[in-house]
Design a protein around this ligand. Structure first.
Ligand code: FES
Length: 84
């Protein structure tokens, strides 16, 4: 059985004010377009206590900081490119 990947985006107020709403929409769209929505569990998370470097995203145990709209495509390609 293929292991599912869990991806959590911080929905705390600091990450929210840094624009993670647009990032959430981008990720949802990306997962759908690449038929990954059944392989990846994508959900919101509470503050990860790394606010000053947000928006923050966790993929399994790895935390990725500075997840802006301009950076997200490259991050997803790097992190998920091998399972597409
Ligand atoms: S609000 Fe996102 S890490 Fe604190």
């Amino acid at each position: 059985m293929i292991k599912k990947i869990e991806m959590q985006i911080c929905l705390g107020s600091s990450c929210f004010s840094r624009g993670n709403r647009d990032v959430v929409m981008y990720i949802r769209d990306y997962l759908k377009k690449n038929h990954l929505d059944d392989r990846i569990i994508f959900k919101g998370a509470r503050c990860m206590s790394l606010c000053s470097n947000g928006p923050n995203l966790r993929i399994n145990e790895k935390i990725i900081e500075g997840v802006t709209l301009s950076a997200i495509e490259g991050i997803l390609e790097k992190e998920l490119g091998n399972i597409k």
